[in-house]
Ligand binder design. Structure first.
Ligand code: NG6
Ligand code: CA
Length: 500
């Protein structure tokens, strides 16, 4: 008893790392920006569940996704390797092959080896099947999440706006009628079926760019699809479906260590919130989907409370990339934005080398291991999740596991106020941050993306900012501080060339 008390005191004083958590839940939002949650300053939408997490945990102000779009970001999170090191890790079509080699150490495989039951629920977008062999959606689909470390998987294969618009549960399309097989093509339409072009007048949500191929649920998508009528998802109930699956996973795992990766579809396009959330904000579907996302978070927290697991479960909430308004549908995201700042104080958004591309909300709640109600400016990148969660969960990493992933668990639990000293931000090009200096490599192309109107950070000569004096990245100092720029450019080349 005396020893027990002593241990408790020591760990509470933060001198000793706490014991591994019983549960780990990573809630991974899609396209939620730094300024989109009320605990990060949003006023036009209220996110009580996210705010509760922040109040009961640690809120980081310098949390970064691995990249400014989905696939490379998730690749980095899962493998601990920068996506820019590997070809074919850009935004994937819905029929792409799995881009993570089965057998290589991943975030889930390491936690699984440490005795955690691992599950993924939600958006996948890392490909399925083997390159060179087209996926047959009517047969068991592998390799996929279960071949790279997840014990169970309930996923949407790619994105909400890409076919196939079906859920895949443990390798099988859910609800598929064998008499109505699914065919998918990213090349050509299926004769006789309407497209977003031909049936444009009848769509329930019009497209603004792309999204004019298959029509599913009255909405144009990317890619063509035929068959599978009974298996098609329903956009309105997608968030509830994923939340229910997440809750089911936690309930099933209540008696053993578990790791849940809950990757929501909210708030990616097409934004079709459940009627419960329509009109919850003045911002139209984009704002209402933030409210829906928060509802999902609330359901997870309520489940942990109900099962008595809250104290010893580490809940981490973050996003895969920064915000975007018009991402291809006329959903009033631009017209109704009002004074809301989706990227908070940062410049740019999704796909951008500016801070808004990768600087995202990051909240960690773990009553047994993290002090409540604190804010930290420590720099933490999701590339370090593999090493950091491995450390927190007390598992050793085999040599070469997560080659770019560094253990910054101390920053994640609030003990280290500095975090990463050097950070790479991947968008179209790469940017590098060292201390407060940030260098964006030279890159031709539009400064503002023509379709989404996001500022890209492209500049033929590169750019240099000092984030301490100029957090909004408005004062390009590349001409005035050539030495800093040169050093950072060199450092970036060293990191890029490092094959290890
Ligand atoms: C773009 C899509 C966009 C979105 C994005 C991927 C068009 C015109 N735009 O190509 O709508 O799907 O890819 O988003 O098709 S991500 O968050 O999954 O990276
Ligand atoms: Ca995304």
């Amino acid at each position: 008893m005396w020893m027990l008390c002593l241990l408790t005191v020591v760990s509470a004083a933060g001198q000793n790392a706490p014991a591994a958590p019983r549960g780990v839940v990573v809630i991974y939002a899609d396209d939620i920006g730094y300024g989109d949650l009320s605990c990060y300053g949003a006023k036009a939408v209220s996110t009580p569940a996210c705010d509760r997490l922040a109040r009961e945990g640690l809120r980081l102000t310098a949390g970064y996704s691995c990249a400014a779009t989905c696939t490379p970001s998730r690749y980095g999170l899962m493998t601990g390797e920068y996506a820019f090191r590997k070809k074919g890790t850009g935004i994937l079509p819905g029929d792409a092959a799995l881009i993570i080699e089965p057998g290589r150490p991943t975030l889930p495989s390491l936690l699984k080896a440490a005795g955690y039951t691992t599950g993924v629920v939600g958006k996948w977008h890392l490909g399925l099947g083997t390159a060179g062999t087209p996926i047959d959606w009517n047969k068991p689909i592998a390799p996929g999440p279960r071949e790279i470390g997840f014990d169970s998987a309930f996923i949407m294969p790619a994105t909400g706006d890409r076919v196939p618009c079906v859920y895949v549960e443990n390798g099988l399309v859910r609800g598929l009628d064998p008499g109505d097989p699914i065919s998918i093509s990213y090349q050509k339409p299926f004769p006789g079926l309407p497209t977003g072009q031909s049936a444009r007048a009848n769509l329930r949500m019009d497209w603004s760019h792309g999204h004019n191929m298959a029509v599913v649920g009255g909405i144009g998508r990317i890619g063509y699809m035929k068959g599978g009528a009974k298996a098609l998802w329903d956009d309105e109930t997608m968030a509830d479906t994923f939340a229910a699956k997440a809750v089911e996973f936690i309930e099933k795992s209540r008696d053993k260590p578990f790791f849940l990766f809950l990757a929501t579809h909210d708030i990616h396009v097409p934004r079709v919130p459940n009627p419960r959330f329509v009109g919850k904000t003045t911002m139209g579907p984009r704002g209402d989907c933030i409210a829906e996302f928060d509802d999902t978070v609330g359901k997870v927290l309520a489940t942990l409370d109900r099962l008595g697991l809250a104290r010893d479960t580490l809940v981490l909430l973050t996003s895969d990339n920064g915000p975007v308004l018009d991402d291809g549908y006329k959903d009033q995201s631009v017209e109704k934005i009002g004074a809301h700042k989706p990227a908070g104080p940062w410049r740019g958004g999704k796909s951008s080398m500016f801070e808004g591309g990768t600087r995202v909300p990051l909240i960690v709640r773990w009553p047994a291991g993290v002090a409540a109600g604190k804010t930290s400016d420590a720099v933490f990148s999701q590339i370090d999740m593999l090493a950091s969660l491995s450390a927190i969960c007390k598992t050793s990493r085999p040599a070469g596991a997560g080659p770019d992933s560094v253990d910054h668990s101390a920053a994640l639990i609030g003990d280290d106020k500095i975090g990463r000293s050097i950070l790479v931000q991947q968008a179209g090009g790469l940017a590098i941050r060292k201390g407060f200096w940030k260098y964006l490599e030279p890159r031709p192309g539009p400064a503002v993306a023509t379709s989404t109107h996001t500022e890209t950070g492209n500049h033929p000569k590169g750019q240099l900012f000092n984030l301490k004096e100029d957090p909004g990245e408005l004062d390009n100092r590349i001409g005035r501080n050539p030495d800093e720029a040169r050093q950072l450019a060199k450092l970036l080349e060293t990191i890029r060339a490092d094959k290890r």
